[in-house]
Every structure is written in structure tokens, then in C-alpha cells.
Write a protein that binds this ligand. Structure first.
Ligand code: CP3
Length: 351
């Protein structure tokens, strides 16, 4: 059944067809989103629970995906830590007081979800009521490395020079920053789960800037602490490390119930390396959605074939949807995943 597919797949149980949802499924490629976005800036949308809930539901109604992901941003909890955040026009996130020293790190507060991000929790409560069991709701957070990279660089970055400089020059300061961010991520995700999130995803979007030995030394321990702390919360945890195909074994070691993979590795190879005792999420190149529908269909079949009908595959893109993506191609993608993975006997009937 549609309402159960996603959570069953997270637990590697049999499903009637492969569940699919898309990173950044709510956003600027959709006219319904733009209609609201023209009236409000992005942060106002995130901080108004009714608007965040409405935008979260747009792709559920339009695309037929099997899970909803809360409309929010990974940078929201940083404000409560003392970070001055802005989403500048055509520039993406800007942090006006970047973290560069021990004193900067010492000043950072660890947030309390109910106090510092009440609007996120309220959006989750509204969504659980409005979804009414149709599909599950996914909450999310950035991972410590990705959050640290924004805090240190002051925004997006190409080469992460300041971030790596701090990591290598002052490892004690780096470790203190990662400790605080780890506490924040755990509190933020526990708050979301208490409010009703039925699964959570941790986005380590920029960790691919590191090689495996730096990942192992500077990132794996805090990421593992997050995964360990969430083990008893009763919801599946998806660990998505982007551009990390050179270190999937280490990502698995950090943990999570489902490992998210990008498109730079074949799904079958990735799953073998991670181990079939984990569920896997991925991994269509998001730019495929600009190709003609028959190409999209071919690539869907290829990924499904690589998943080999094994329980525990959640179809997704290898990273987020781009803003010029044609909506009808996204709808065609979701349909193709359901059509070519249909397993009528999976729920109990004889084959
Ligand atoms: O997936 C979803 O539909 C839920 C919504 C969601 C957003 N951001 C909405 C958003 C999620 C899960 C995020 C997470 C996020 N935010 C990540 C991790 C995911 C990833 O893509 O790796 C990161 C790195 C961010 C930081 C961030 N937020 C950036 C770099 C930008 C600018 C990017 C751009 O395309 O301009 C944002 C803004 C943002 N977050 C938008 C949306 C819909 C665009 C805001 C707008 O102008 O309308």
C-alpha cells in the first residue's frame, strides 16, 4: 500500500512497488511554489508553519511521491546558536558572522528545539494532521561537517579553504565546533521526532570535499555519535553523504538505517560495498530530468535492475532537483518507478 511503502522499505521489508521521493521535491521548479514565493521571502516561508506545511504538500498532490519531506532548511537551527543568517537574492545562504576562532566557537549556544525552532515543530504537527496517514513525513537536518562548512566559510564554497584550514590548523577548535553541532543536530532531530516526524534524513551535502582519511579522522566520530543517539528513537534514519562514493564504507561505519548515494557510483556496486544489511536510497542523476522521457524511463529501469528486487531500495535522485526541471518529466519519473517496479505478489499473495 502507498502509505506504507516508504517506511517498509526503510526497514528492508517487502513492498508492492519501490517507493520514491525526491530531494528538494518542493521548490522553484513548481509554479504553485513560485506563486507563494513571489509574496514571501524564503525564510518567512520556513518560519510560517501554515506556509511551510502548504508547500510541503504541493509535491504530494502533484507528483504522487511516497513520502513528504518537511519544507525547511538545514541552516535554520544555526540562528539559535547565534549565527546571523540571510538568504540573499541569487546568492544562496550568507552568514554575516563566520566562525574562525576558539572564541567564536565558545560563544555558540546549543539550541533547544521547542524554544529555538518552534515553527519547525508546529509545521510538523500541522502536516501530520493534514497528511492523515496518506504518506509518511520525513524530517531532516544538516550533518555537522556540512553545517560547519557554511559557518566557517560564511556561505557556500568551492574549495572549502577556510574550513579545511581551521580543521588542520586548530583541530581542538574544530573538534569543539563539531561537538556543539553534534549536540544541536541530535536535539533538533529529537525535537522533530517528538513533534511527529516518521523518519529523518541527515544531509552531509558537502562532505565530498574531503578525502577518506580526513573523513575518518574529523567527521566520522561526530556523525557516528548522531546515528548512535538516534537509534532508540523508533524512526528510521537516512544518512546521505553527497559525492562520497570514494568512502561509502566509512559512511556506513558512521551509521544510519538507510544510506543515501549520489549518481557517481552504480547502485549495485554501492549496495555491495555498503552491505545488503543496510537499506539504500538513490541514485538518479538529477540532470537526467532534462532528458527526453524515454531516456528517463531507461535510466529508471537501469537503477531498478541494479537494485535487483531486493527489499530495502528507496528510489530518489542522487542529489536535489534543479530549479528549471520540467514538472511533467518529474511526474513521468515517479510513474515510471512505480510501473517498472510493480510486484503484485509482494504483499502476501502467491506468485
Ligand atoms: O527537499 C525538500 O523539498 C525540502 C526542502 C529543503 C530545502 N532545503 C528547501 C530550500 C531541504 C531538504 C533543504 C536542505 C538544504 N539546504 C541542503 C541539503 C540538501 C542539499 O541540497 O544538499 C542545503 C545544502 C541547504 C542550504 C541551502 N538552502 C542552499 C545552498 C540554498 C540555495 C540554493 C538555491 O538553489 O538557491 C538554499 C535555499 C533553499 N532551500 C531553497 C529551497 C526550496 C530555495 C529558496 C528559494 O529561493 O525559494
Amino acid at each position: 500500500m502507498k502509505s506504507e511503502r516508504f517506511l517498509r522499505a526503510c526497514k528492508r521489508q517487502q513492498v508492492d512497488c519501490t517507493p520514491v521521493w525526491l530531494m528538494r521535491q518542493a521548490g522553484r521548479y513548481m509554479e504553485e511554489y513560485m506563486e507563494i514565493r513571489r509574496k514571501y521571502d524564503f525564510l518567512t516561508m520556513c518560519k510560517t508553519p501554515e506556509i511551510a506545511a502548504e508547500v510541503t504538500l504541493q509535491p504530494i498532490n502533484k507528483l504522487g511521491v511516497d513520502a513528504a519531506i518537511l519544507f525547511a532548511d538545514i541552516l535554520l537551527p544555526l540562528e539559535g546558536m547565534g549565527i546571523d543568517l540571510e538568504f540573499a537574492k541569487n546568492e544562496g545562504p550568507v552568514i554575516h558572522n563566520p566562525i574562525r576562532s576558539a572564541a567564536d566557537v565558545d560563544k555558540l549556544r546549543v539550541i533547544e528545539a521547542e524554544e529555538d525552532v518552534p515553527y519547525v515543530l508546529e509545521a510538523i504537527r500541522i502536516l501530520r494532521r493534514e497528511l492523515n496517514g496518506r504518506v509518511p513525513l520525513i524530517g531532516f537536518s544538516g550533518a555537522p561537517f556540512t553545517l560547519a562548512s557554511y559557518m566557517i566559510e560564511g556561505g557556500g564554497s568551492r574549495n572549502y579553504v577556510e574550513c579545511k584550514r581551521l580543521m588542520w590548523q586548530a583541530p581542538d577548535v574544530w573538534n569543539r565546533l563539531m561537538e556543539k553541532l553534534t549536540d544541536v543536530v541530535i536535539e533538533y532531530l529529537r525535537g522533530q521526532i517528538r513533534a511527529g516526524a516518521q523518519a529523518v534524513q541527515v544531509f552531509d551535502s558537502w562532505v565530498g570535499a574531503l578525502g577518506p582519511s580526513d573523513y575518518k579522522r574529523y567527521v566520522l566520530p561526530p556523525s557516528r555519535r548522531i546515528m548512535d543517539s538516534l537509534k532508540n528513537e523508533g524512526v528510521p534514519v537516512i544518512h546521505f553523504a553527497n559525492n562520497a562514493s570514494g568512502m561509502l564504507e566509512l559512511v556506513r561505519e558512521a551509521g544510519g538505517d538507510v544510506i543515501g548515494v549520489d549518481w557517481r557510483v552504480d547502485l549495485d556496486t554501492a549496495w555491495e560495498r555498503i552491505g545488503h544489511d543496510f537499506a539504500i536510497q538513490g541514485n538518479l542523476d538529477p540532470i537526467t530530468l532534462f532528458a527526453p522521457p524515454q531516456v528517463i524511463e531507461e535510466r529508471v529501469k537501469d537503477i531498478l535492475q541494479k537494485a535487483g528486487n531486493r527489499p530495502g531500495h528507496i528510489f530518489n535522485l542522487g542529489h536535489g532537483l534543479h530549479k528549471e526541471t520540467p514538472v511533467d518529466h518529474v511526474i513521468a519519473l515517479v510513474e515510471a518507478v512505480h510501473k517498472y517496479s510493480h510486484r503484485p505478489s509482494a504483499t502476501g499473495a502467491a506468485s
